[in-house]
Design a binder for this molecule. Structure first.
Ligand code: ADP
Ligand code: MG
Length: 351
């Protein structure tokens, strides 16, 4: 693991600030996926405010790297800014663990293939190791985040109502579902206060992952679709509502079942979402159906050099360098599937 040089740090998005439970869970899951995990358990206590634990069976952290694992700007994923041109990992800033240590009590237990036993490290506010002891856990890494925002009463106060906590838990579950869909081979489990809320076993492909994640009724009307374009290269794959299917009955008033991925990253992309909604709204006359969001999965793959993931600290928004190409490709896919091009009239997007 290396420290990024200062000129690279300056080019990376502003210092990451941890503002929510879902923020923490996203960073920890992405670290597990970057470590090649095929199994991830997420356990929360008191909606994650008392404890967030993410356990994986990935490659673990080498003993020589542990002193800097949570020190800001130390990463094993890139060495310089140009490496973003061929980025294949979710992480690259070397910031998440450090940012989490600044707002919670953090312990990391890890074991690589070479290690005989695992070691649990307790970290301080700056990400430095304050103590370590042997542990019984197997290969992989477990990060425990306790007393989130204990030193930030105002931020903790934001999560004081049960309603807000439940919303946050739903966001965590939605996030896990997105990774479950894009990573069929991944086993995932979400536990809250020792109760299993949701889990998904390893499956063979995206369709089975959709089935395991959304259930048979939600996917009954979905069909696979595919669109490939060269120069500039873009590949679209996904599962969209069948032409003529009553998509309004399987969709929701939230975009939470409209899963969009760019290079395997779950993203929010306003313009693509708008294009999708225009197409589906045009198929329905009544306003209630028109305001709904389709249940679908759209996976966009472009060369890493033609997408900028360094737009927002949480990486949920991406900049497609050939945005028009992407929008045209999505439109071409929709037109080939449904056989018409809608007029652009839509109620303003709430999301
Ligand atoms: P980044 O992911 O941007 O590199 P992080 O602060 O999230 O920054 O993690 C710092 C480093 O710690 C990673 O580069 C990786 O080497 C190591 N690491 C963190 N979590 C894990 C994990 N679950 N398994 C293996 N290595 C990990
Ligand atoms: Mg990371």
């Amino acid at each position: 693991m290396k420290q990024l040089p200062p000129d690279t740090v300056r080019l990376l998005s502003s210092s990451q600030v941890i503002t929510s439970v879902v923020n923490v869970v996203k960073e920890l899951i992405e670290n597990s996926l970057d470590a090649g995990a095929s199994s991830i358990d997420v356990k929360l206590e008191n909606f994650g405010l008392d404890r967030i634990e993410v356990r994986d069976n990935g490659q673990g952290i080498k003993a020589v790297d542990t002193p800097v694992m949570a020190v800001r700007h130390f990463t094993s994923k890139i060495c310089r800014h140009e490496d973003l041109e061929h980025l294949e990992t979710y992480g690259f800033r070397g910031e998440a663990l450090g940012s989490i240590c600044a707002v919670a009590e953090v312990a990391v237990t890890t074991k690589t293939e070479e290690d005989e036993i695992s070691t649990q490290y307790t970290l301080d506010l700056t990400g430095k190791i304050v103590s370590q002891k042997p542990s019984h856990l197997g290969q992989g890494t477990t990060v425990s985040v306790m007393k989130l925002f204990k030193n930030l009463p105002v931020r903790r106060q934001c999560f004081s109502s049960t309603k807000k906590c439940k919303e946050e838990l739903k966001k965590v579950q939605d996030l896990l579902m997105a990774y479950a869909i894009i990573k069929p081979e991944l086993r995932l489990m979400l536990v809250h206060n020792k109760v299993v809320l949701w889990q998904k076993a390893k499956v063979a492909d995206n369709r089975s992952a959709l089935l395991a994640t959304l259930g048979p009724s939600a996917i009954a009307n979905l069909i696979p679709c595919h669109h490939h374009q060269e120069q500039p290269e873009i590949l679209l794959e996904g599962f969209f509502p069948k032409p003529g299917a009553d998509y309004s009955s399987t969709s929701t008033s939230n975009p939470d079942k409209t899963f969009i991925f760019v290079n395997n990253r779950p993203v929010q992309h306003k313009e693509i979402m708008k294009l999708l909604r225009q197409h589906y709204a045009a198929q329905y006359a009544d306003d209630q159906a028109r305001n709904r969001y389709p249940t679908l999965m759209l996976k966009i793959s472009v060369p890493p050099s033609s997408v900028d993931v360094n737009l927002t600290p949480d990486k949920t928004q991406v900049l497609l360098h050939n945005k028009e190409t992407a929008l045209t490709a999505v439109e071409a896919l929709l037109v080939s599937l449904y056989g018409f091009r809608p007029n652009a009239d839509l109620p303003a997007d709430k999301h």
